[in-house]
Design a binder for this molecule. Structure first.
Ligand SMILES: Cc1cc2nc3c(=O)[nH]c(=O)nc-3n(C[C@H](O)[C@H](O)[C@H](O)COP(=O)(O)OP(=O)(O)OC[C@H]3O[C@@H](n4cnc5c(N)ncnc54)[C@H](O)[C@@H]3O)c2cc1C
Length: 396
């Protein structure tokens, strides 16, 4: 079977690998550091399951007239809120699953600081899943593991990017009342291959092996900016946002995202998950009553299953009913995919030519960094005042 025909639309979800009856598909990293399925043509029996089930190859079935329940949400436990990138909606959903003796799947960084989807069955392991990792996560064999859990009648909460949820649903083929799916609003992902090189470069800069890494530490500047928390064998450092070129160019400026991200089918309000979670950007304008310093989640219940669960979330989340038009105003990814910058054509060739370390040094502490550094010196209260003045001026 020639699954290469889906080419740039392939999201790397791994549904095909786990569906293949003769196990003739494997994942291989391409020169840009993204995992793609490759078929062993000699072993392939041409059954076509890989393509007939592939969510990238097939159309994304649209929900008719979606009736969404939209909330701003803040976790009531300050430690969990601090560890979460947004307002901790994910943690509350995971706690709900554990309260039903269920299991939770989500993205965690492994010992080599590479994002992988894992399964946890105890609330004490929740910190492994906390926080956004701005790199594509490898779903491994989690879809088949979910199937086993569902066959054992367990409540399963599976979280990931919408394309990963689409892959899971394609793999399972039918909904299960015990399955709760949570998709994150997603800007797009750089590949784990390039991130591995980034971590190696950062280790050299720090002069010690990196043991832990966080993308959005809230300790210094609260909710919002990307702030690295880097723990090496010798010390822990908080690095300012736009510190380096991975963050600036590959992720932030979208130059190094997977090709499918620029044509993402899910960057709208017709979602794959029962729930959609993200940052509630622009919240101050619509909900001035909500404290925002440590993060606010946007939580969308996309279907009846999710709406029924929301009532149980009150135990851990403070929920504020909101409106989808407001949420969409400042969250571009609920309207359309990120634009493909022209630099996407050349960035990987430049990295290949210079080698990652030289390329990273070339842009390290560039204009972005200086601007961001100045911004980071302005106290939060002054920033809020400036933003309010700008907003008032805009509104007339
Ligand atoms: C690559 C990426 C891009 C994003 N872009 C946007 C955006 O443009 N706008 C927006 O509003 N929100 C975006 N988010 C979502 C946001 O950053 C938070 O992840 C989300 O709001 C959940 O926050 P939380 O406080 O509820 O939980 P947290 O504890 O912060 O998040 C944990 C959840 O994120 C999942 N997760 C973390 N990293 C990954 C990953 N690499 N792949 C799949 N799942 C992952 C975990 O499985 C878990 O469900 C993005 C997240 C990622 C990973």
């Amino acid at each position: 079977m020639n699954i290469q025909i889906i080419q740039d639309r392939c999201t790397g979800c791994r549904a095909c690998i786990q569906l293949c009856p003769v196990h003739c598909i494997s994942m291989q990293e391409n020169h840009e550091g993204f995992l793609f399925p490759v078929v062993d043509q000699e072993a392939c029996i041409d059954c076509g399951i890989c393509l007939t089930k592939c969510p990238a190859y097939n159309d994304h079935p649209l929900r008719q007239d979606p009736d969404l329940a939209v909330y701003a949400a803040v976790h009531q436990n300050p430690e969990i809120l601090m560890a979460s990138s947004s307002g901790g909606a994910f943690a509350a959903l995971a706690q709900y699953a554990f309260s039903r003796d269920g299991v939770v799947y989500g993205c965690s960084l492994n010992n080599q600081i590479i994002p992988m989807h894992i399964r946890i069955d105890q609330a004490k392991d929740l910190p492994k899943l906390h926080g956004s990792k701005y790199v594509q996560s490898d779903t491994g064999n989690t879809y088949s593991s979910v199937k086993k859990d569902l066959q054992a009648s367990k409540t399963v909460l599976y979280s990931g990017t919408p394309c990963q949820i689409a892959g899971l649903k394609a793999y399972l083929g039918a909904d299960d009342p015990n399955l709760i799916t949570v998709d994150i609003i997603c800007h797009g992902v750089p590949g784990s291959g390039i991130f591995r090189k980034h971590i190696a470069w950062l280790s050299k800069k720090k002069g010690a092996e990196i043991q832990q890494f966080g993308f959005r530490n809230k300790e210094k500047l609260g909710w919002g900016p990307l702030i690295y928390l880097v723990t090496t064998t010798t010390k822990t450092t908080i690095l300012p946002y736009f510190y380096d070129v991975y963050c600036q160019k590959l992720f932030g400026d979208s130059e190094g995202l997977r090709e499918c991200c620029y044509q993402c089918k899910y960057a709208n309000i017709d979602r794959e998950g029962d729930f959609t979670i993200g940052d509630y950007w622009g919240i101050q304008k619509y909900h001035p009553e909500i404290p925002t310093a440590w993060g606010v989640s946007l939580l969308i219940a996309n279907d009846d299953k999710a709406k029924a669960i929301v009532n149980d979330l009150h135990r851990s989340l403070t929920l504020y009913p909101s409106r989808i038009e407001w949420a969409r105003t400042n969250n571009r990814l609920l309207n359309k995919p990120v634009e493909r910058p022209t630099e996407r054509d050349t960035v990987f060739a430049e990295i290949e030519k210079l080698g990652y370390d030289c390329w990273a040094e070339k842009y390290y502490r560039s204009g972005y960094y200086i601007k961001a550094l100045i911004k980071s010196k302005i106290p939060r209260s002054l920033k809020t005042t400036i933003k309010q003045i700008i907003r008032r001026n805009k509104e007339g």
